[in-house]
Write a protein that binds this ligand. Structure first.
Ligand code: LLP
Length: 381
């Protein structure tokens, strides 16, 4: 693994990114994508660091954004506007105008009032906005309920019982052009059968719109592909080939239609680590606490979703002992592991929290007035 001596020069906690793994992952991903002639927009929300975005842009991907600021960042980072898509249930007028002026590829629309507002704002700017309809397919992603987005009870997308009404609105709105349907049913999906079920729903819904006379040059299946948090070193790169093969087998692609995806986590999770040091080891009832200088404000996933992140002591080769690994924040939920075996751990040891490249640094906050952990990259070692 990583030699901790190389980290001595940086104050902990910090995020560390292995750029060669990122490049390798992108290489595998794009070669699978190209095999089928598919297109991808990287979900900026997973990690928006400039160096990460640069690698992704150079690999030829577009950008999937969920806020006006993400649209601005994608354009400033050099992403081709014609590869930028914009989703989200609550796009404000200001954000829509930003995207209209940026001439992005598509708004992924999530409601009738949103389509009407985009139509009016586009008319005001003398433009025609390309839109896709984000459909809520009522497919269970079998993942954590906080990151499930495609069930009927979720706030996302347009349900099938609204289709007639939506079709009337789209036909009436002269400043929007419908270019396709969009789906995103959840994140950290490890049961690949979910995507098979999704394809079948997509086929059904596309048929409905085509029967109405719609032209759908694009279909976008979103992101969601999960990674292995339990054995990150054995599963560095997701089996993209099986994923795309399953899509290829199950999705009915309309003549001339482009198939798009919005990967986030699967591209960047494994290349990132949160690196911290042990401040104290303290005896508790029946367990020892290893108290880190990284906390839930740096990586909130364990506290928010009870997420598992593999923990490695980079400094010790001692015999295995059980620890509860916690942060310094004044919350009992500031805990990275309830009970984990680590080689005998002491003050000053370097601890790596693995698979932290996605939804780690982007979700950091300043609770307790703590600093935001900086990012360092493998070529700075
Ligand atoms: N497209 C849309 C419209 C999305 O909302 C998302 C993620 C993606 C694509 C990318 O999904 P991915 O391939 O990364 O699964 N903070 C949570 C994850 C939230 C995901 C939100 N949407 C976590 O830490 O697990």
């Amino acid at each position: 693994m990583i030699n901790p001596a190389a980290f001595e020069k940086w104050e902990t906690p910090f995020y560390y990114y292995d750029l060669s793994l990122l490049k390798e992952t992108l290489g595998v991903y794009t070669s699978c994508l190209n095999k089928y002639g598919y297109h991808a927009h990287y979900a900026l929300k997973a990690n928006a660091n400039d160096r990460i975005l640069e690698e992704i842009r150079l690999a030829g991907l577009g950008a999937d954004c969920v806020s006006g600021n993400e649209v601005t960042l994608a354009l400033q980072s050099g992403f081709d506007p014609q590869k930028v898509v914009f989703a989200g249930v609550g796009k404000t007028d200001k954000e829509i105008i930003t995207a209209l002026k940026g001439d992005i590829f598509s708004f992924n629309c999530e409601s009738i009032p949103e389509i009407e507002v985009i139509n009016n704002l586009a008319a005001g700017l003398g433009k025609k906005a390309r839109i896709s309809l984000r459909i809520n397919p009522d497919v269970d992603a079998h993942t954590h309920k906080y990151i499930t987005t495609g069930k009927a009870q979720n706030k996302f997308g347009i349900s099938h019982w609204m289709f007639d009404q939506v079709w009337d609105v789209v036909s009436r709105c002269t400043h929007v052009q419908l270019i396709g349907l969009h789906f995103h049913v959840g994140s950290q999906i490890t049961n690949i059968g979910v995507f098979k079920a999704l394809c079948h729903r997509v086929n059904e819904f596309q048929r409905w719109f085509v029967n109405k006379g719609a032209e759908l040059p694009v279909v976008n299946l979103g992101g969601g592909l999960g990674v292995n948090y339990h054995a990150p070193f054995e599963h560095r790169i997701v089996d993209f080939n099986s994923f795309f093969e399953l899509i290829h087998q199950n999705l009915i692609v309309l003549p001339g239609q482009e198939v798009h995806f919005e990967p986030g986590r699967a591209l960047v999770a494994q290349c990132g680590y949160l690196i911290s040091r042990v401040i104290y080891v303290k005896k508790g009832r029946g367990i020892k606490f290893a108290i880190l200088d990284a906390g839930m404000n740096d990586l909130i996933r364990p506290a928010l979703y009870s997420a598992h992140h593999h923990i490695v002591n980079l400094s010790s080769k001692g015999r295995d002992m059980r620890y509860q690994v916690v942060g310094p924040v004044c919350e009992s939920s500031d805990r990275f592991a309830k009970s984990v075996l680590l080689p005998q751990t002491q003050r000053g040891d370097f601890i790596a929290l693995c698979t932290a490249g996605a939804y780690g640094q982007v979700m950091a906050m300043r609770y307790n007035q703590r600093d935001i952990a900086p990012a360092y990259y493998s070529d700075q070692l």
